[in-house]
Design a protein around this ligand. Structure first.
Ligand code: DC
Length: 235
């Protein structure tokens, strides 16, 4: 294996593109670990909010991050993720609607990104991973053997997000508010100075607007197989 090929499937894309549910199934099919990096930003955003740590660079944030006891592993719930900080299980609370904004805001900060970069790279040392986020193919694993950039039209993404929230029993949200939140988050995620959301030059673009989840999964599995053959990797 070339030293410059990283054995991690990188799936990036904006919110609501279907990354999480698709990456989870792709990982199961490949016998790989599913890594939801958004869950990590969510957990840190929630933790800082709860502990009144300002969302800005400075001593409070630095010492909070230096002492952070973050645990990420496979969960046996529907998200496939278990996450805790300092022994507190945050698996469910990070999926609350308001935590999306906290995650997006905390993700702008270099201290947080530096910490999670090391954390994410360390996870992938031990097993084949399917890692999804915003900067996996551009920053975390720039030499990933298979990079996918998954997207969908704004209205499709907002509808998917709305459905997820309704399924969780949140009846307060409307299509308009979710669409506005999706656009706000895109704006912040794409325009931040550090590791912004963007398609890596060697990533394959997949628009899932008119595709079923199964079709997207099959397409990605095919791409992973093709890339592993091309790079002579055993998957
Ligand atoms: O994928 P998600 O919606 O759970 O992510 C929540 C926020 O975390 C998202 O708005 C931006 C941030 N994020 C990031 O900056 N980089 C990542 N690799 C993953 C998420």
């Amino acid at each position: 294996m070339s030293a410059l090929i990283e054995k991690c499937v990188a799936i990036d894309g904006p919110c609501g593109s279907g990354k999480s549910s698709i990456a989870k199934v792709v990982a199961e099919r490949l016998g790989a670990l599913y890594v939801d990096t958004g869950a990590m930003f969510r957990a840190i955003g929630y933790f800082c909010f709860k502990n009144k740590i300002p969302f800005s660079e400075g001593d409070s944030l630095s010492s909070c991050i230096a002492d952070l006891k973050l645990v990420y592993r496979k969960g046996d719930n529907s998200s496939g993720v278990y996450i805790e900080i300092g022994g507190e299980d945050l698996t469910d609370v990070i999926r609350e609607h308001y935590v999306s904004e906290l995650a997006s805001k905390i993700s702008k900060l270099q201290t947080v990104r530096d910490f999670l970069l090391m954390f994410q790279r360390a996870i992938a040392q031990h097993s084949l991973c399917v890692m999804e986020g915003r900067d996996i193919g551009t920053v975390v694993f720039p030499h990933s053997f298979c990079k996918i950039f998954l997207t969908a039209k704004d209205s499709v993404r907002a509808n998917r997000r709305l459905l997820q929230l309704k399924e969780k029993g949140d009846c307060t949200v409307t299509f308009e508010t979710v669409l506005a939140d999706v656009k706000d988050r895109d704006e912040r995620d794409m325009n931040r100075a550090v590791a912004p959301l963007k398609q890596a030059s060697d990533a394959i673009l997949l628009d899932s607007s008119d595709m079923s989840k199964d079709d997207v999964v099959e397409k990605i599995i095919d791409l992973v197989k093709e890339s592993s053959c091309k790079n002579r990797l055993k998957i």
